[in-house]
Design a protein around this ligand. Structure first.
Ligand SMILES: Cc1cc2nc3c(=O)[nH]c(=O)nc-3n(C[C@H](O)[C@H](O)[C@H](O)COP(=O)(O)O)c2cc1C
Length: 163
């Protein structure tokens, strides 16, 4: 079983988490704000996703969990990340939260898989963009909801192999 953890303010990350779980198969969706970050320690392979708020900040629930999250030892774990953001409205901070999470997971020993890029993104800067790719799957329900399903499909195919 591969769990998909999310936090979400308006439901977009939750909807994405459910879609990802369906495509991955043998999966279960958890709201991190409800189950707590300790739940993450139970799995060796996991998917984590949330949205970016403020200007390049963590979503509120994730922010509250951050101190505990930053204490988790991710060594031996394989993690795939997804992020929700608005590349038109927040072009200089697109999906920054995914980048903040990536940096912490890697610092704590985690093996992050599932980097992604396709030519349809239009943004200026993102903490989640490294070496010509995003560190996970960025989704944009505000501007490109029509691309979400196909992005999820191709990303899931890639991470299935990595898992
Ligand atoms: C006040 C506000 C601030 C936002 N800040 C950012 C941001 O800095 N970067 C970004 O990529 N998206 C930003 N967004 C867009 C949200 O991340 C996006 O709407 C997302 O789909 C919300 O997902 P959620 O419902 O799971 O929380 C912001 C949206 C609002 C309303």
């Amino acid at each position: 079983m591969i769990p998909v953890f999310f936090t979400s303010s308006t439901g977009n990350s939750e909807t994405a988490a459910k879609k990802i779980a369906t495509v991955i198969g043998n999966s279960q969706v958890f709201d991190l704000a409800k189950v707590g970050v300790e739940e993450l320690t139970k799995y060796d392979k996991l998917i984590i996703g949330t949205s970016t708020w403020g200007e390049g900040e963590l979503q509120d629930d994730f922010e509250e969990l951050w101190d505990k999250f930053a204490d988790i030892d991710f060594s031996g774990k394989t993690i795939a990340l997804f992020g929700l953001g608005d590349q038109d409205g927040y072009s200089y901070n697109y999906c920054d939260a995914m980048g903040l999470i990536y940096n912490q997971v890697v610092q704590n020993g985690g093996n992050v898989v599932g980097s992604y890029f396709d030519g349809d993104y239009e943004f200026e800067e993102s903490i989640a963009f490294k070496d010509g790719k995003f560190v996970g799957l960025p989704l944009d329900e505000d501007n490109q909801s029509d691309l979400t399903d196909s992005r999820i499909k191709s990303w899931c195919e890639e991470i299935k192999d990595s898992f």
